[in-house]
Design a protein around this ligand. Structure first.
Ligand SMILES: Nc1ncnc2c1ncn2[C@@H]1O[C@H](COP(=O)(O)OP(=O)(O)OP(=O)(O)O)[C@@H](O)[C@H]1O
Ligand SMILES: [Mg+2]
Length: 303
C-alpha cells in the first residue's frame, strides 16, 4: 500500500506559537488561518486527523489517532476527574453528574448500572463525545476532550468510537448493507470498498445472508447485529452501548452478549455498556454503579 504524505489539520496541528501573545494558560496554543492570521486559540495536541477524511487513501493517518495519544497515556483509555454535568440554569438547574472520577483502561469491558435517572446515559454521552461536561476533565487516550471543539470531537467519534443503542437506530427502508456502509460514506472509500467492508462486518456478526433486507424484514436480534456491524465497520477501538439488549428477548440477549464478548476478548475492542440487567452486566469484567450522578460502587469480576 502506498504511503500518503501526512495530512495535517492546520487548525489543530503544527501552528507556530505566537511570539507576542502568550497562551492564556499552558493548555492552549494559537491557530492561524490560511493567510497566517491568528484566528483563535486551539488545543495544542498534535491530533493527526486526516484533513479531508480520505481514509481509504490514507489508512495510515487514520491510525494516528489510535497510536499517537497512546504515547501520552499508554494504558488508560479514559480518565475522568471531577466530571460534572448540569442541565438548565438558575432555579431550573439540575446536576445530572456531580463529580465523577473514573479511569478505564484499554480493552476493558465495563458495565454501567444504576437506577433510572442516576446519570448513566449522561455519562455515556460525554464519554462518547456526543455532549460536553459542565466542568472537570475528560481525557480520551490522553486527549483533553473538554478542550476540543465540536468538529474535533466529531472526528474522535468517527475515527475511534462505535455506538450501539437500545433502539438499534437503523435507517428504515434501507438495506442492512447500506446501513452498515453509512459510516464509511464520508471517509473517501470507493463504492466497491464500502461494499466489501460492510459485507465483512455483516459476516462477522453472523448475518451475511441478510444484506439485502431492510430493518422491518429483520428480527430484533438481527437488527441489533446490523447495528453492531455498523458500529464496528470503521474498526473503532472503543464501543459504547446504551442498553444494547433492552429491546431483546432473553435468548437473543445471550447471543448479542456473546457477540460483544467476542469483540472484546478476540478483537480487543474496549466496551462500555449501560444495562439494567445483572445477567447482562455479568458479561463485563467490571461493573460500575452510578447513583445520583456519582459512582457508588466499582467492582472487577476478574474473569
Ligand atoms: N437534556 C436534558 N435536560 C434536562 N435534564 C436532563 C436532560 N437529560 C437528562 N436529564 C436529567 O438528568 C438525569 C440523568 O438522566 P440520564 O438520562 O443520564 O439517566 P439514566 O441513568 O440514563 O436513566 P435511565 O436508566 O432511565 O436511562 C435525569 O434526572 C434526567 O431527567
Ligand atoms: Mg439512560
Amino acid at each position: 500500500m502506498s504511503m500518503c504524505p501526512p495530512q495535517i489539520n492546520r487548525h489543530v496541528n503544527m501552528e507556530p506559537r505566537a511570539k507576542s501573545t502568550p497562551p492564556p494558560h499552558g493548555k492552549l496554543g494559537p491557530a492561524r488561518n490560511m493567510k497566517g492570521k491568528l484566528t483563535r486559540w486551539r488545543p495544542r495536541h498534535r491530533l493527526r486527523f486526516p484533513r479531508n477524511d480520505q481514509s481509504a487513501k490514507c489508512r495510515n493517518h487514520d491510525d494516528d489517532l489510535r497510536t499517537r495519544p497512546h504515547r501520552m497515556s499508554a494504558e488508560n483509555l479514559i480518565e475522568l476527574h471531577g466530571l460534572t454535568k448540569t442541565y438548565g440554569s438558575g432555579d431550573a438547574a439540575f446536576k445530572a453528574l456531580a463529580g465523577i472520577d473514573l479511569t478505564i483502561r484499554r480493552s476493558e469491558f465495563v458495565a454501567v448500572m444504576g437506577p433510572s435517572g442516576s446519570g448513566k446515559s449522561t455519562l455515556m454521552n460525554i464519554l462518547g463525545c456526543l455532549d460536553s461536561p459542565s466542568s472537570g476533565s475528560y481525557r480520551f487516550k490522553g486527549i483533553k476532550v473538554e478542550t476540543l471543539n465540536k468538529d474535533q470531537r466529531s472526528l474522535i467519534r468517527r475515527h475511534a468510537l462505535g455506538f450501539i443503542f437500545q433502539g438499534f437506530n437503523l435507517l428504515a427502508r434501507t438495506s442492512a448493507l447500506e446501513n452498515v456502509e453509512l459510516p464509511l460514506l464520508y471517509r473517501g472509500y470507493s463504492r466497491k470498498q464500502r461494499h466489501q467492508m460492510a459485507r465483512e462486518a455483516l459476516a462477522s456478526v453472523g448475518i451475511a445472508d441478510k444484506e439485502r433486507n431492510t430493518p422491518s424484514e429483520l428480527s430484533g436480534g438481527q437488527q441489533q447485529r446490523v447495528a453492531i456491524a455498523r458500529a464496528i465497520v470503521t474498526q473503532p477501538d472503543t464501543l459504547f452501548a446504551d442498553e444494547p439488549t433492552g429491546n431483546l428477548d432473553s435468548k437473543t440477549t445471550l447471543e448479542i452478549m456473546e457477540l460483544l464478548r467476542h469483540l472484546n476478548t478476540d478483537r480487543g475492542i474496549s466496551i462500555i455498556m449501560v444495562t439494567h440487567e445483572t445477567d447482562v452486566a455479568a458479561y463485563a469484567k467490571r461493573t460500575i454503579r452510578v447513583m445520583d450522578g456519582l459512582i457508588s460502587d466499582d467492582q472487577s469480576s476478574g474473569h
